[in-house]
Design a protein around this ligand. Structure first.
Ligand code: CA
Length: 510
């Protein structure tokens, strides 16, 4: 274990919007390079199994801030604003003497009770329903609303750096925490001109581009997130060449979409580099917890889709890189399951501050410090609440993922932008064996060989759902193993094994 540092660390959380791990060099991207973002992992730790618990902007941000799941913090969808008075890791840090700030995307509501609270300084994007703008963005702070001329990714970084530098100028030597929350690379993907010539060569297609959804649920097939059909003219910005057939047009759209998305990421990479260089120039890099992540993943043509929402891997996985050279040895790679709910208790532990008792996450500070660590997670619980919104038509679902399997229940009901409606579509299940089928193209829920696995996962999901104080949808039958009073993967006799190890092999006697 590295010696405990004398000095409390500063904290910089750089949070992007919709930056998929498979568009980060450190995660093996084949479509772009991100050398400056990658540096954080090289200097510290990379997490290969970091997952979002509700793959949508506002809910993920609320979970990161509060260390709780959507059903606890109340931000289940894009239209359920946060009660900003609830405890967060920021309020905990501030009580412990930290100076705290957030700059950039907030997107959890506007107005009294919904604006940022608990920050010494907040300066956040407004406009476009809280999504903010790439160019000449509008900001709201305690002093009111204004427009900043220029490009959002750059301005947000400037404002964060200026705030920290001003602390030193005022002889304030307290530790500080700043959240640098970019709009990029969120829709509508408007890049800076200096990156306009990048990625013009044909961008490689993902292996699942031609997914025919053959064994997938009707719920998944219904989603209006297909590149070929659902990208808008605003997204594409230029008219396609005349005379293209359906498949040629789809490929043209993919190229256009990816060019702009990756160019927006290029600006993020530039600005992450600026933050690293600035921390080094201040002599603060060693004593700063620098964390890079995105509020969720994103489909980059995977399964023919753009956007997120689904519990499938590309949307579920978050990039997570962390450096803190004073206490965290470089070059670490962690494969244990962590989630966005874990960020708050982790940052608090690294700062030597107790988590709020309401927080539900597992601190992974011990994993990177090399000392005593919290027991590894057996799996993770997921719930996407925003059912059937008018543009993406993604169905409400919940599920459970461990190191090998993923179970999903599309209950097809709940709060959506169109309001709570009747159960229009039947509930459906999916099950993926991620070892045999890492690209999730074969739903094995109905296959007899997976019956045992399926029933055990249902029981484990049920237990985790109730442990986390969520409720099952009324349409879901009580799992057989729960109804029978069986073990069902109960972790009370946890011997430290991964949950997956306790499951039978498909087709085996189990
Ligand atoms: Ca997002």
């Amino acid at each position: 274990m590295t010696d405990q540092p004398d000095r409390r660390p500063n904290i910089v959380l750089i949070l992007t919007d919709d930056h998929a791990a498979h568009a980060v060099g450190a995660y093996g991207s084949v479509v772009n390079t991100t050398p400056r973002i990658d540096e954080i992992g090289t200097n510290g730790a990379r997490f290969d199994s970091c997952f979002v618990t509700n793959s949508l902007c506002s809910p993920s941000r609320a979970s990161i801030l509060t260390g709780t799941y959507s059903h606890v913090n109340g931000v289940t969808t894009l239209i359920t604003p946060i009660d900003a008075s609830q405890p967060t890791f920021i309020t905990q840090l501030r009580e412990a003497g930290y100076r705290t700030a957030i700059v950039g995307k907030w997107h959890m509501g506007e107005g009294a009770g919904h604006n940022p609270e608990g920050f010494d300084y907040w300066d956040v994007l407004v406009g476009s329903s809280g999504q903010g703008e790439y160019w000449s963005p509008r900001f709201l702070s305690a002093r009111g609303e204004r427009v900043e001329q220029g490009y959002a990714t750059r301005i947000i970084t400037d404002l964060a750096i200026d705030w920290v530098d001003a602390l030193a100028e005022n002889d304030d030597d307290a530790p500080w925490c700043v959240l640098i929350c970019h709009k990029a690379p969120h829709r509508p993907w408007e890049p800076e001109p200096e990156h306009a010539d990048r990625y013009t060569d044909p961008i490689p297609l993902p292996g699942t581009w031609d997914d025919d959804y053959a064994t997938r649920s009707v719920s998944a097939r219904r989603a209006a997130m297909r590149i070929a059909e659902h990208l808008s003219q605003t997204d594409l910005k230029v008219d396609p060449p005349e005379g293209l057939g359906y498949e040629e047009l789809a490929l043209w759209k993919y190229q256009r979409y990816m060019e702009d998305y990756l160019r927006c990421v290029a600006s993020v990479d530039d600005q992450v580099g600026r933050v690293i260089d600035w921390l080094r120039a201040r002599g603060d890099f060693e004593d700063t917890v620098l964390l890079y992540s995105s509020d969720q993943g994103f489909f980059l043509g995977d399964h023919g889709w753009f956007d997120k929402r689904f519990m499938y891997e590309e949307s579920l996985r978050m990039p997570l890189l962390l450096s803190y050279p004073r206490a965290v040895a470089p070059g670490q790679v962690h494969d244990g399951i962590v989630t966005n709910v874990d960020f708050a208790p982790t940052l608090l532990e690294l700062a030597g501050v107790a988590p709020h008792p309401r927080m539900q996450g597992r601190s992974f500070a011990g994993d990177v410090l090399g000392g005593p660590a919290a027991p590894p997670a057996d799996g993770m619980y997921y719930r996407y609440w925003e059912h059937d919104d008018s543009s993406h038509r993604a169905p409400a679902h919940y599920g459970y993922r461990d190191h090998r399997y993923k179970l999903i229940y599309f209950y097809n009901d709940g709060l959506g932008l169109a309001g709570t409606g009747p159960l229009t579509y039947p509930a459906e299940w999916e099950l993926y064996d991620l070892e045999a089928d890492p690209e999730e193209t074969r739903n094995v829920y109905g296959e007899p060989a997976y019956r045992q696995v399926r029933e055990e996962l249902k029981a484990r999901m049920w237990r985790e759902q109730h442990r986390l104080l969520d409720a099952s949808h009324p349409s879901q039958p009580v799992p057989e193993l729960i109804a029978a009073g069986g073990d069902g993967g109960d972790d009370s006799d946890d011997d430290g094994d991964r949950g997956a190890d306790r499951l039978g092999e498909p087709g085996g006697a189990a």
